[in-house]
Design a protein around this ligand. Structure first.
Ligand SMILES: [Zn+2]
Length: 250
């Protein structure tokens, strides 16, 4: 039997109404995905959206860039109308042109938000469906906020939201999702374990997209190598004794 637990009605600034129903049932709504004997780790980077340990690359969504100029233009019109109303002593609530423009801006914001959410749902469900184990780097330790451009693009592409989606989708579909500390995942050779920056070698910089390990001479695509290290770290994490704070979702 399915019961309706709660009904939520939302009115968005774009003028749209949303009704959501929370349903309850004794039977689970989602059946678990069948085992696929496949695992994946992925590296988040600015060159593309993410790089997987199997070498697959997901490019960054373009929606934001294309819509950004349009948004800036409409927002300029909005503030112009706001200034004019103020100058003429009209309250914003009753100034028609201002309200009309406010709706245009709200609709654009909603469009970007919807496109981003759609993209992140598609990526996360594909990762969960195609792999029994998914491992990602934990963004808290990534320490990228030092670099402003990088920090901007984090909020832009919604990596944090992607991780949240994986956290709840893994248990829902019978998969395991692990978050690991990304320290040294870029600098370590996945083949022999040599770490760049040690034994008088230079650390790789953001510009080094590909490199050859000075120790074992294996050629690496930087982000692909990092993704493989992230998957390995996931296994290490899984081998530890499980506690309440383990970054494991299953
Ligand atoms: Zn090596």
């Amino acid at each position: 039997m399915v019961r309706i637990a709660t009904v939520t009605i939302k009115h968005y600034p774009s003028g749209k109404w949303f009704v959501s129903l929370l349903l309850k049932s004794d039977q689970p709504f989602n059946s678990k995905f069948p085992k696929v004997d496949c695992e994946v780790g992925f590296d988040l980077n600015t060159e593309n959206f993410l790089t997987q340990s199997d070498g697959k690359v997901v490019s960054s969504p373009r929606y934001y860039r294309t819509i950004k100029d349009k948004l800036a233009k409409e927002q300029r019109i909005l503030s112009r109308r706001q200034r004019r109303a103020k100058k003429e002593g009209r309250p914003l609530k009753t100034s028609k042109n201002y309200q009309k423009q406010k709706l245009i801006v709200a609709k654009l914001h909603e469009k970007v938000r919807n496109q981003r959410t759609d993209f992140l749902h598609k990526i996360s469900i594909a990762l969960i469906k195609n792999h029994d184990l998914v491992v990602a780097e934990n963004l808290k330790s990534k320490n990228m906020l030092k670099n402003h451009a990088l920090a901007m693009s984090i909020s832009d592409v919604g990596w944090r939201t992607l991780l949240t989606f994986l956290e709840y989708k893994a248990p829902k579909y019978g998969r395991t999702f692990v978050e690991v500390n990304p320290a040294y995942t870029t600098q370590t050779c996945n083949d022999c374990g040599f770490r760049m920056g040690t034994e008088e070698t230079k650390k790789l910089t953001l510009k080094d997209r590909a490199w050859t390990c000075p120790k074992c001479k294996v050629f690496h695509i930087r982000d692909h190598n990092a993704a493989k290290n992230i998957l390995d770290k996931g296994h290490t994490e899984l081998a530890k004794t499980l506690t309440e704070n383990s970054p494991i979702y299953k």
